[in-house]
Each structure stands twice: as C-alpha cells, then as structure tokens.
Design a binder for this molecule. Structure first.
Ligand SMILES: *Cc1c(COP(=O)(O)O)cnc(C)c1O
Length: 432
C-alpha cells in the first residue's frame, strides 16, 4: 500500500511519516463489559499466571537473595513524584490535576526492567511444563535449586530475540534453571547489556539488522536446535500474561496510597511500547481490575511508532515503520522496534484510550528533569511515558468522555519500565 492511501485511512500517518510528535486518540474504544468476553484471554488466565508465580516464589527467594524480603515475589513499588509533577507543569505546561505516580519497574529485582515480569514468567511456565512432563516436579518448587535438576535442564535450550532487556530477563532466569540460553540481539542492543549477559553464561549472537530480524533469526536457529524453546516476543501469550499480573498487585498499592479509582476519580496510565507485549499485557490486566475507570495510553518514539502505525492503518503486523520511511533508530533502545506484535494490537483495538509519540530530545529532557527533581534515574525508553500526562490536555475525546471535574481529579501513573541496571558511566553520559 502506498503512503497516500495509508494517509487516507488515518491522517495521523502523515505526521508519523514526518517523524513528528503526535497525540492519537482511539475512536474504537468500547465499554469493557462489551469486549471482555470476546478477547482471546480471560481473567482466569491472569489468575493462573499469578498462582504459578506464587508456586515458584520459594525457589526464587532461595536462588535470588534480592527477592527474599518479598518472599520470592518479583514486584516494584509505586512512588508519588510531586516535584516532577510541578516541574512538568512549569516546564512543559502539563495540566495534571490529581497525583502523579511512578511505577518503579526500573527497580524490579533480577532483571531491572519490566521484562522481569513477562520474560521470567515465560521461562518459569515452560520449566514447569517440562518438569511435569518428565515427572521431576511434585509439590516442592525448591527442587529447581538442586544441582541434579539444573543438570537435567542443561539438555534443553531457550532462545530469544531481543533489543536488550528481554534478553537480560530470559538469559538470567534460564541460566538459573540450568538451560543453555541463546540471545539473538539487534544492532540497537547496548554493549553493556551484551557484556552482562555473557558474564551470566549466556550465548549472545549479534545481528547488524534491527529487532524484527533478530527475532526472525532466533526463531530459525531455535527450530534447528533440538530440545530448544523459542520465546516469541512478537506472538507470545505467556509474556503477555506475565505482564498482566502487575495489575492485580497495583490494586493493593493504589489502595494503600489512598488513591480511589472510580467514576469521579479516573486513573490515567502511560506505558512505553516496543513490540507491544508489556504495555498490552499491563493494559489487559488493568482493564480487568479497574474496567472503564482506567485509561491506558501507549508511548512510542517518533522513529519507531510501530504499534500506532499498525493500529491507525489497521494493518498491525503487516506493516513496519520502515514502510513509511522511518529509520526505527532511537535512543530508547527498548522501544526500537519496527514491526508490532501480531496479536497485541488486535487485542488492544477496543481497550486503549490513545497513543503518544516522543522524540529523543524530549525523552532526554524528561530523563534529566526526573533526575533533577526527584533524584531518580530511569532509562530513556521509560521516559517516553511522561509524554502521556504532558499531552493529556490535548486529548479532547478523553476530556469530553470524563467531563471537566473528573479530568481535574484524575491520578496519573507513568510506568518506568527500566533503568536500575544501566552502568554509572552510561548514566552520566545520558544525564549530560
Ligand atoms: C521492552 C521494553 C518496553 C516495551 O515492551 P514491549 O513488550 O516491547 O512493548 C518498554 N521499556 C523498556 C525499558 C523495555 O525494555
């Protein structure tokens, strides 16, 4: 399809092709009760995922000391950032009526990014399946910490394609179980992420191409490698469910912070989007917990708005950002994805409120502002999410749907998806 006919399907595509920052509101969004039963996954699937993580918790607590205090539950805190709110209002004319929170997935144990949810969950799910099939798992999940079990799993391999963080999460967890693990990395992957993986005994294969190519190669190599399992970021339901569990836990965190979520007090959540699994899974979970009172916005870089392009054109996985002349290159390495997931976009069609894009300059400005105002460092990919609260004032459909007063009372969550593993030198460079 040529660019002109794409632009006829949605004029936003012209701005995307020009690498402009855009605010896009989804006109297909529906009442959650109307779509809920037509989705390919259900609330029971999220609960099943949460229970599986509970079963593995004693093993995780044993194997990863940083999870011991939380008894093996991999979770992050919700932090209010009032100084950042003030700074965004002063410097970016943001109109943030209610409280502003940062969801600290940058601090998630083991992998230091949101991938510690989906990636680790999928490795554990596969591990449970293999262990059950081979009769080596009874009730005690600490069996996975035994040398004998690790030797058993060394016969199997796990492959994954990654821009970095997914590789870290899958690589570290599969090495802990005992698998051989192979991470296929795109040219955007940062050197320090490759080094850290190799230090953890993971085989890293590098490609000069972008993320979609790394996934394609990974899929091929895994098919040739007997006893191996491929974590398919472009299609995985397991990753999606691992991310979705976060919503069940967020409910308690909001209650503890005294944040009501109801008709008069909407919750507006912005999540950075790469291939779509993380923001999609989180949104899916949040919709089950808060229904129509939660409004989810995805944030993407101007050079890699793959999910927005897929949704606005209706072509989803059939189109990539290079098709409209974009490079796919961005400082937000975790979001440097040219082609969206094959199934997330379709699931999100009637669920998300809208999408925003941010350029690299702006992500860096948010990065520095957060560091200066709150003393918190998060990686550039995470910073794209500040574009949600800053641009919400331009979301006319949202304002109309909510009404003036609830809009003024809305609370905002910016989902910080990564940052704690970034080496000091790299941090200094970004802050400069
Ligand atoms: C992977 C990643 C995302 C987005 O997740 P997708 O599942 O690719 O959409 C956002 N932020 C960071 C830091 C990431 O590593």
């Amino acid at each position: 399809m040529d660019l002109q006919s794409l632009i006829r399907s949605d004029p936003v595509i012209a701005d995307l092709a020009n690498a402009e920052e855009v605010v896009w509101e989804n006109s297909s969004v529906c009442l959650f009760s109307r779509v809920k039963d037509r989705l390919p996954l259900a609330e029971a699937d999220i609960q099943d995922a949460e229970e599986r993580l509970f079963r593995f918790a004693p093993f995780l607590a044993m194997r990863f000391p940083e999870t011991r205090q939380a008894q093996g539950i991999i979770e992050s805190s919700l932090t209010e950032i009032p100084k950042m709110k003030k700074a965004l209002q002063e410097q970016f004319q943001a109109e943030i009526g209610g409280r502003l929170f940062l969801k600290r997935d940058d601090l998630l144990p083991i992998a230091g990014s949101v991938k510690a949810r989906g990636g680790i969950y999928e490795v554990l799910k596969h591990t449970e399946d293999v262990a059950r099939q081979n009769g080596i798992l009874k009730d005690d999940y600490t069996v996975f910490a035994k040398e004998k079990t690790r030797r058993f799993f060394s016969r199997y391999a796990i492959h994954v394609g990654s821009t970095g963080n997914l590789g870290l999460s899958i690589g570290i967890m599969s090495a802990a179980i005992g698998y051989r693990s192979v991470v296929h990395m795109s040219s955007d992957a940062k050197q320090w992420k490759k080094d850290l993986l190799r230090k953890n005994g993971v085989t890293v294969i590098e490609y000069a191409d972008d993320y979609s190519r790394a996934v394609e190669e990974g899929r091929k190599k895994a098919a040739e490698d007997p006893g191996s399992y491929f974590v398919d970021d472009e299609n995985s339901k397991e990753l999606f469910l691992g991310y979705a569990v976060s919503a069940l836990r967020l409910r308690a965190q909001l209650a503890k912070a005294g944040v009501a979520v109801d008709e008069k007090h909407p919750l507006i959540v912005t999540i950075p989007c790469g291939v779509g699994g993380a923001p999609g899974g989180i949104t899916f979970g949040l919709k089950h917990v808060f229904g129509d009172h939660v409004y989810c916005i995805f944030a993407e870089p101007v050079q890699a708005p793959c999910m927005l392009l897929g949704m606005a054109s209706g072509l989803h996985h059939e189109i990539c950002v290079q098709d409209i002349g974009l490079s796919g290159k961005t400082i937000a390495d975790g979001l440097a994805v040219g082609r969206p997931s094959g199934f997330v976009g379709k699931v999100m069609e009637k669920l998300i409120c809208g999408m925003v894009t941010a350029d690299d300059e702006r992500m860096l400005a948010y990065l520095r502002l957060l560091h200066r105002s709150e003393g918190i460092f998060i990686e550039p990919s995470s910073c794209a999410a500040f574009q949600g609260p800053v641009m919400a004032k331009h979301m006319n459909k949202l304002r109309n749907r909510l009404g003036e007063k609830p809009m003024r009372q809305a609370s905002y969550i910016v989902w910080a998806t990564g940052g704690s593993l970034v080496p000091e030198k790299e941090r200094e460079r970004l802050l400069r």
